[in-house]
Design a binder for this molecule. Sequence first.
Ligand SMILES: Nc1ncnc2c1ncn2[C@@H]1O[C@H](COP(=O)(O)OP(=O)(O)O)[C@@H](O)[C@H]1O
Ligand SMILES: O=C(O)C1=C[C@@H](OP(=O)(O)O)[C@@H](O)[C@H](O)C1
Ligand SMILES: [Mg+2]
Length: 811
Amino acid sequence: MTMGCRCGRSGSRLSLRVPDRQREKAHRPLDEQVIGEHAPGVHRRHELSRRHPPAERTAGGGVRVIDDQDRDADPRDVPLYGICGAQGLDLCMGARHADADFGVGHLERSRLCGRQAALIVEDDARRSPEHDTAHACVVEGKQKGWSGSGPFGCHVDASGGPRVQGCGQRLGEREIGIMSESMCGVDGAQVMFLDRGRRTPSGVQGRGELPPDVSGFDQKPMMQKNWGLVCITRFDVQTRRAQMREGRRPRPRRAGAHHRSPLSWSRSREAWGRLGRISPQRRRYALMVVLIGFMGAGKSTVGRIVADLLGAPFVDSDVLIERREGRSIREMFDLHGEPYFRQIERAVVAELLEDRTAVVALGGGAALDPEIGRMLSSHTVVYLQVPYEQAMERINGDAFRPLLQTSGVRKVYERRLPVYDALATMRIDTDGRRADDVAVEILRALVPPPALPGASSRLITTVGGTYFAHAGPRLTHVASDLIPAADTAEHVVIISTASDSVVTDAVAAQFSDERVVRVMMDDHESSKTFGVIARIAEQMATRAVHRSDIVVGVGGEVICDVAGLVASLFNRGMPLALIPTTLVAQADSALGGKNAISLPQGRNLIGTIHQPIAVIADTAVAAQAGQRGYSAGLAEIAKHALLGGRSAVARVLALAAGLRGREPDAVYEAVCASQEFKAAIVCRDERENGERAFLNYGHTFGHAIEWLTGLDASEDGTPVAVGMMAAAHLAHVQGRLTREDVEVHRRLLDALGLTTRATVDLDRLQGAFMRDKKYDHGVRLILLDGIGQPVSGRTATADELSVALHALARD
Ligand SMILES: Nc1ncnc2c1ncn2[C@@H]1O[C@H](COP(=O)(O)OP(=O)(O)O)[C@@H](O)[C@H]1O
Ligand SMILES: O=C(O)C1=C[C@@H](OP(=O)(O)O)[C@@H](O)[C@H](O)C1
Ligand SMILES: [Mg+2]
């Protein structure tokens, strides 16, 4: 009988038996196999874009919906929506500017809209998947009203997208804003109203844990006066500060209100302390980072991103001053003159610089005050350098920066530079750089990786959290040191499997017995079920596991998947640390926050993206003889190299003999290279709206082959290796790849001992393709236009596939 797929190892053809169960599945009629529905998130986005088509809104009163049209992606996968009204405003930016493409992409696009107001809704589960929150922001351009000193993130609840859209409609053509009482149920939220005459928030603010009550506000008149925005900030500085003063660790923020930085409070304190400028008394509580520099250096913008990445509060001294005074800085200058403003500034900043954990952006002139200068000596002071011309370009015409209205601004600039320089503990050149790039550099300096002999760490800065991925031999034995806040968690839930008992025991031994909740499961695809999730969750509930406890997954891809999903669901989300024990999990799957369980109809259909607080890859464990997931790991290492480019391929080729022999050094090098490559992509595109999809290279073919053969791609590298070869042949057929580059694939995979040939039946392959998550009126493939040049969403005709499969079987 003809089998769906016949695979051969390294050229020598070897027939694989298809297990009966799998053969049965492969032979089932297509309509039984196909899953008709989109994932919920996709569906919702689809609905949003259908409800608000661009043309309709434009015709209906000067409001435009902008979406990501210039991306390659399917519009249904576009998570962002901008609504531009005809209010004469001109700048919008992502609420999550930590997400670089988002912020800057929309910044550009909003400029295209001309002088219009903008509202961006991010249909988003980035920060708190369990709430499926949306973020929105409105930032006005520099010529009018609010300066572009950074977006004001709003938290909206699960129905945030549509609701915000609704508000937009209600506001009509002349007003902008978001008004929704439902936004106010956020823990420690502040609600601020912005009016168009001011650049800063004014109005009510929430107090501590109490949801602010906005019902007393007559929203309508404000709207008529063009009051614009309800903004909920994520931090309650007062509350946290008070707690710290009392020597208490601030209560962890509620999941869903905003993300909790996996770097954790205590760990960043240590790291910040290492910078050496914080006096011993202050070091106990104060973790203050102060940004200084000239106007337009990006203090407000970058400071907010740094705070976000650290999970620390952010305070902009100008905002605080304006809030206290109830008027804009411009008004203070106009009515009372600069000396009056400086006096207020000194008092407010001096108070601000007292003990607290915060990232603080000072106004450009504040650091010049001698008293403030003295206070700065006990903090980490980051000087953002900017060339004069660039600063002027960034803030050109901002009516709310009064100094710009005066002459001799360049002289002021020149006079101030030496003062900034003298106060700085860290100097960052912002010339020509993106704000998020600057922020990440600051973060890297603030939170240096731990010193781990023979090991290394990569800082991952995703929207869902900032954390280290560590790799190195024997890291298992120092796991508790590498898991932030492990010392303070009441329970450590270790989810593991029998075959990794040695590693699990080594991890568990680092915590006292009464804190450890051990959960065992099979590290096998068949364990990725709701039943297993329920069983683990019940065990955790029985032991009264709380949100501030930690889930630790110790095992291969399946364990990491299940532990990740449990951690993202239990208590609506709790900290997760992953200790991957297999090569495939270390080099690939444990990084990036994806988790999933499967349904009988298809693999990984139920899952979330929940970033861990640490990934600890003990490469000696993955390299052990007999340890599972090894060839699957080699396939992913090869994939990263082919996506990365020729030098990455050369590096893996150089390691290939060592990798085949499971030499610890080679495994370590390869895991580091893979983590490095994947981390960079995940940081730029956490939710797979763009380039993260490239990481599926070879997987669409691979999953189909897996389905047809019954092989398990989390154990065996064959499906993905053959999948990449198939993709390479297809790319050659389509004129994307040269024959030589197809040979690069084969040489690399051969060198790693992976399979490069297979006989695959076209009809069955196409049937299996329909199960792919990216399927959309036809299979959507990641192909290469050259080594290191991936493209996504490519289709293939039956003829092209047929020729490619022929080559896959023969060449
Ligand atoms: N690195 C950067 N590159 C380009 N524009 C930036 C950068 N940093 C900030 N900006 C923009 O420059 C303007 C001024 O930034 P802001 O953060 O208010 O500076 P500051 O607080 O130092 O005066 C804003 O419109 C902001 O979006
Ligand atoms: O340089 C200055 O003297 C000022 C800078 C402004 O802050 P930014 O530096 O954030 O623009 C603000 O404090 C005020 O307009 C005065
Ligand atoms: Mg500022």
